[in-house]
Design a protein around this ligand. Structure first.
Ligand code: ATP
Ligand code: MG
Length: 463
């Protein structure tokens, strides 16, 4: 069974390194090496937007009482086969699987839920009662790269273990909703129930009966899914499947009584806390272990890759991974897609002009300024202090300060050295001042920083 995992589609990442690779390296050493397809470097100022979003996500998670979990970037392949499901896109074709030097089959984390459950069981956390955890970090999937779909992407998500009732479903949905709302984004929340082990088999049969007579008209992927997992056909994005998917029976028609009651409570509680949603019977989720509630947040700004956040209940997963039967519910939010919406909506706040750029004229000033910069950085409390060590013309140094998005320039030349002063200049208003620069550097630094702070925030944002 293991041999079939990932098939030949999943590249062997590490296997190619070493051995006869050396002579090839010699010839290609002159060529530039690009980042692998479907990956991206994160560089300033974009990385500041990521940090800003990550900070917001952590604040909301903490507010809901979720603690952070970090798991290894790679795990036993078997974990994902059992924890994600053999008939899923992830396991069938998207995993980065390799054999390590000890001959073990390993897979780069393609999703977080299975590793989180693995860790929860390994550390016996469930013995302490229900657990609320959040995660933030990269996932790896061998996909065809396009806008909103990458081979290395990043997810924020939460997992809530140990509550069977609909309150937990609503808690994680409202956490996701708060995260999205805190960035001022408008998205649509769609919810559905996919039943449990009592009613879902009936639904599989009903779906099979619906699709089987039209098998030849289905996309090749969906033809394969028909025998193995007809629910996955509902998730199909192939245009030729659309009409048959539209006319398929819905799970909501065949829910058993407890599942129907659970779903009704979820809807009632969402109404009670004022989270808007639509019921969409086509939402099924790609992963095999989901039960009952499933949901997605979609944005009309994302085109084909409309889903920014997806999740649901997975009451069977923990037992499937060898733990005590324990209910669970969670979601995963795609950071790249989230930031794409932020950008398209134009709701990305301009980065505030912040920090002090030190400008020196002449060798004496450059020598004097090193301890002063050190003192500034020691007491700056987060205010960035930058300096150009090259002997550049003053205009060039001002240009660089502007490019660094600095708020204040601190200028030191021969005149200032002679009079034991420094000039500070607000790069927003062009107002400038001469400060006394006698005494020890810590005191001078305090004077400069006090002047800086008195300016208040630029662009109306916190400095
Ligand atoms: P899709 O149907 O778009 O392939 P999925 O069902 O594979 O999504 P999940 O496994 O539920 O997605 O992942 C949750 C979220 O993570 C997605 O809604 C999306 O925002 C993000 N995501 C998943 N795969 C990628 C990827 N390859 N590149 C960028 N973001 C991704
Ligand atoms: Mg996918």
């Amino acid at each position: 069974m293991l041999g079939a995992i990932g098939g030949h589609a999943a590249p062997i990442l590490l296997g190619a390194i070493g051995g006869h690779a050396a002579p090839i390296l010699k010839k290609e050493a002159m060529d530039k090496i690009a980042a692998p397809r479907g990956t991206a470097d994160l560089i300033p100022p974009e990385s500041a937007r990521w940090q800003d979003l990550e900070a917001r996500l952590r604040v909301v998670a903490r507010r809901f009482g979720y603690g952070e979990i970090r798991t290894p970037l790679f795990e036993s392949t078997e974990l994902f086969v059992r924890g994600v499901g053999e008939t899923t896109d992830i396991v069938e074709k998207e995993m980065y699987t390799f054999e390590d030097k000890g001959g073990r089959r390993m897979t780069l984390r393609p999703e977080w839920t299975a590793p989180v459950v693995r860790a929860v069981l390994e550390h016996n956390l469930l013995a302490n009662g229900p657990q609320r955890l959040y995660y933030l970090g990269p996932i790896f999937r061998y996909e065809r790269p396009q806008a909103g779909r990458y081979r290395q992407s990043h997810q924020f998500g939460v997992e809530c273990f140990g509550f069977e009732g609909p309150e937990a479903d609503v808690e994680v949905i409202s956490l996701a909703s708060d995260v999205i709302g805190s960035c001022g984004l408008e998205v649509t929340l769609s919810i559905n129930s996919i039943g449990d082990e009592v009613c879902r088999p009936r639904y599989r049969e009903a779906l099979f009966a619906h699709f089987a007579p039209h098998k030849d008209a289905l996309s090749p992927d969906s033809q394969r899914r028909l025998e193995r997992n007809p629910l996955r056909i509902l998730d199909s994005k192939a245009p030729q499947d659309r009409a048959l998917v539209e006319s398929a029976p819905t799970m909501l028609d065949v829910l058993c009584e407890p599942c129907a009651a659970h779903f009704a409570r979820v809807r009632h509680l969402l109404d009670a806390i004022g989270v808007a949603y639509v019921v969409d019977p086509r939402i099924v989720r790609g992963l095999d272990y989901y039960t009952r509630t499933v949901f997605e947040f979609q944005s009309s700004d994302l085109g084909a890759q409309a889903t920014v956040c997806a999740g649901g209940r997975y009451d069977g997963l923990i037992a499937a991974l060898g733990g005590p039967p324990t209910p669970g519910v969670g979601f995963a939010l795609g950071i790249e897609r989230f930031l794409m919406i932020v950008e398209r909506r134009g709701s990305a706040a301009a980065l505030p002009q912040a920090g002090i750029a030190v400008i020196t004229l002449g060798a004496a000033a450059r020598e004097r300024v090193v301890p002063l910069v050190a003192a500034l950085r020691r007491s700056s409390d987060g205010v960035p202090v930058t300096i150009d060590y090259n002997d550049a013309k003053i205009a060039a140094q001002f240009k660089r300060a502007e490019r660094a998005n600095a708020r204040v320039a601190l200028i030191l030349g021969d005149d200032e050295l002679a009079s034991q002063t420094i000039v500070v200049r607000d790069l927003v208003t062009r107002v400038q001042d001469t400060l006394e620069a006698r005494g020890d550097d810590a005191a001078i630094a305090e004077r400069v920083l006090a002047w800086y702070r008195a300016l208040g925030p630029a662009n109306g944002a916190a400095a």
